[in-house]
Design a protein around this ligand. Structure first.
Ligand code: MN
Length: 510
């Protein structure tokens, strides 16, 4: 098969990546290697010169793509024309935003649906694609069940296909236009199109005022207050509360899939990070009514009862104005607070742990997870550590996830015992790293990917590819609120589709 680089030639030749925020695509190792394993699909609602829905299947390291002018439907009686278009890079699957006027496909794009797909019947996805008959099983948030994509006519290079639901489990009368919201940011195309203007309006506000953002009205205060000092000694290039709010407004599309439907614990630094911050869990009385909240039914006396739930972009912007720098979502959701949806490996360096030691420990985790056939999602913390998330199947308990993480961690720790301490208190660890499995418990949290950290220069916790552990330029604080947008434009949201990789936790031989 052609390398994905050459398969993306047509895609790249149509676009000027100096002008559009769409990803050029670097090609990516497939997370799951076996051809029978489910792969991701995405549908983007694209208001270009003409509205259409772009249906994309991850096959062979690229997104094989069709434009469906009238949109896909769950109604089995509806057969829709789907025009095959050029392959897109895998990174495109998390693209949501505005393609500037004058550029190819100028208009606005939302991630209208995503999930995983597999093919039914004979052959691999590649073989069915060549044969012109894809028998698809889709498990998205909107599109679910068995679908057909059939090439019309005999020309194997023909671009006209038909897309339709195969009846069982279909929904008569189902219209995609009745479901207009992005499944990642809960925004409509209109809201995405307006967000450019809204960010401009944020810049034009004085030190405070009313800001209209993502369908809400926010009262912003002290926008020019320095929050993060310049990381360069003697530098005067500090970042302000306006910069923090702008970050949360822009990062909402990557953060919300992580925070939506979960209680969040918050670290506030209302006067900036040069003063000490504090934990905030409770929702204060002055919080606007539209901000989602959750009553913890199991709160004991003296414990926080009412938590914030960060499910929409405006909530993140409101929290930033409230002085929130760090967001720590629970690993469980409000609907099942005792069931974690992912396990966490927290590689926590000690005072004597070098960056190279930390990389070595992360690589050992990678080897262990690969050996176990488990997909892990690493991120640099923005401060010193590295964390790895492993999505869990519904019904997993905290006892199960914690004991599984502990078992894997102890296997890893035995390979490099000189780097790891299992002592409880910092003073007894002798500066060694800790592999902290105890984070896998109810209401224990670690910082969300894409959350800023309270340090000069506003570093951001950032998902990485495993291969980046070999990049000599990797640092735990390499990305910050000023350059994270460029990073995600280049590599996509590396956590997109994370939930659909959940598998049963394998037994670990010790
Ligand atoms: Mn399109």
């Amino acid at each position: 098969m052609a390398s994905d680089g050459s398969r993306l030639g047509e895609y790249r030749s149509k676009r000027d990546f100096a002008k559009t925020a769409e990803p050029a695509g670097q090609g990516r190792l497939q997370v799951v290697q076996t051809s029978s394993a489910p792969q991701s699909f995405v549908v983007q609602r694209h208001r270009a010169r003409r509205l259409h829905y772009d249906f994309r299947l991850q096959i062979g390291g690229v997104l094989v793509s069709w434009a469906i002018p009238r949109g896909p439907s769950m109604d089995p009686s509806v057969k829709r024309l789907a025009v095959r278009v050029e392959d897109h890079p895998v990174e495109y699957g998390s693209f949501e935003g505005v393609i500037p006027r004058g550029e190819y496909g100028a208009g606005d794009v939302i991630v209208w649906d995503r999930g995983e797909f597999s093919v039914q019947g004979e052959g691999t996805p590649e073989e069915q694609l060549v044969s012109g008959q894809l028998h698809l099983s889709l498990s998205g948030r909107k599109l679910r069940g068995s679908f057909m994509l059939i090439r019309t006519g005999k020309d194997p290079k023909g671009e006209d296909w038909l897309f339709f639901h195969k009846a069982e489990g279909g929904v008569p009368g189902w219209d995609p236009e009745d479901h207009p919201m992005s499944v990642v940011s809960a925004r409509t195309n209109d809201q995405v199109a307006r967000s450019d203007d809204e960010l401009g309006e944020l810049d034009e506000l004085g030190s405070g005022g009313v800001w209209h953002f993502a369908g809400r009205e926010l009262k912003l205060t002290n926008l020019d207050r320095p929050m993060f000092p310049d990381p360069k000694p003697g530098g005067t290039d500090h970042l302000t509360k306006r910069d923090l709010i702008r970050h949360y407004a822009r990062a909402a599309q990557w953060l919300l899939p992580i925070t939506r439907g979960r209680p969040v614990n918050l670290r506030r630094f209302p006067k900036g990070v040069t003063e000490s911050g504090f934990w905030q869990k409770a929702v204060p009385a002055h919080t606007p009514d539209w901000v989602e909240r959750w009553q913890n039914p199991d709160a004991r006396k003296g414990e926080t009862k009412t938590y914030f739930v960060a499910s929409e972009p405006a909530t993140l912007a409101w929290l930033a104005n409230y002085g929130v720098i760090e967001i720590h979502p629970w690993t469980s959701t409000t609907s099942h607070p005792d069931e974690p949806t992912f396990a966490i490996f927290d590689i926590d360096p000690g005072s004597a742990t070098t960056w190279q030691n930390l990389i070595d420990l992360a690589r050992l985790h990678r080897e262990a997870l690969t050996h176990l056939g488990v997909v892990g999602f690493p991120n640099v913390s923005g401060q010193r550590g590295i964390q790895i998330r492993v999505p869990l199947q519904p019904g997993t308990t905290f006892d199960e996830s914690r004991s599984w993480v502990e078992t894997v961690s102890r296997v890893v720790g035995r390979v490099r015992p000189e780097l790891v301490s299992w002592e409880w208190t910092v003073s007894e660890r002798g500066g060694l790293a800790r592999l902290d499995f105890t984070q896998n418990a109810r209401n224990k949290t670690i910082v969300a990917p894409y959350s800023p950290r309270p340090a000069p220069g506003a570093p951001v916790a950032t998902p990485i590819r495993w291969e980046e552990l070999d990049d000599v330029n990797l640092r735990p604080d390499r990305w910050n609120i000023a350059n994270i947008g460029e990073r995600v434009a280049a590599v996509g949201d590396l956590l997109a589709g994370m939930d659909s990789t959940a598998r049963p936790l394998p037994t670990v031989a010790t």
